[in-house]
Design a protein around this ligand. Structure first.
Ligand SMILES: Cc1cc2nc3c(=O)[nH]c(=O)nc-3n(C[C@H](O)[C@H](O)[C@H](O)COP(=O)(O)O)c2cc1C
Length: 179
């Protein structure tokens, strides 16, 4: 395995998602000798899609100068993505959704992530795993990436997963399947 990109789509720094994605990357480094990179989407400045649809003519997003292209470059470089996000009202949080929306800039080329693999870590307090995963999976599929594994973790308060060995166990199992 070459480069693995771990992304946390949680606005809560050092929250459950950050902890689990970091643990997944640690295990991948240890077991597969992979190089990894960790990015928190909420730390980046990613403007919101304006729906101008100039991308259909330009082949790229009309909004320039924020951190979007830099994050996309990391997606292009990596072969495997470990994508974690909490459930916010049955879907990914706004910061993650803003990033996903901006990838519409590449909508004229559905092959940009062809052959890439992705594993999803979803954290929620009680419900909404299915619609959340549906957003993540359908987005990746549009651009040619395949979801090869999923982990669902129940947690609400910050750092709650640290008290839950089963949360780390599901990440360990996810990583085993990827190696
Ligand atoms: C605005 C908001 C909306 C949420 N909506 C849901 C939801 O629809 N379903 C659910 O199970 N949990 C929901 N939660 C709970 C979070 O998914 C949960 O607290 C999670 O552990 C947060 O992960 P983090 O620590 O990585 O940020 C919501 C939390 C917030 C702040």
């Amino acid at each position: 395995m070459s480069l693995i990109l771990g992304v946390s789509g949680s606005p809560r720094r050092d929250g459950n998602t950050d902890l689990l994605v970091r643990e997944g990357l640690r295990l991948l480094e240890e077991r597969a000798g992979a190089s990894t990179e960790f990015v928190r989407v909420a730390d980046l400045r990613i403007e919101r899609c304006r729906g101008c649809r100039a991308c259909m003519r330009l082949g790229r997003c009309a909004i320039q100068g924020d951190d979007f292209e830099d994050l996309m470059a990391r997606f292009f470089q990596a072969d495997l993505y470990l994508l974690g996000a909490p459930i916010y009202w049955l879907g990914p949080p706004g910061c993650m959704k803003d990033f996903i929306d901006r990838t519409h800039g590449y909508y004229t080329d559905h092959s940009i992530l062809r052959g890439k693999r992705a594993a999803l870590i979803t954290v929620g307090a009680d419900s909404g795993f299915e619609p959340h995963e549906a957003v993540m999976e359908s987005w990746l599929r549009v651009y040619g990436a395949h979801v090869v594994g999923k982990a669902r973790v129940f947690a609400r308060e910050k750092g709650e997963v640290l008290e839950q060995p089963q949360a780390f166990e599901s990440v360990r199992r996810l990583v085993e399947d990827l190696c």
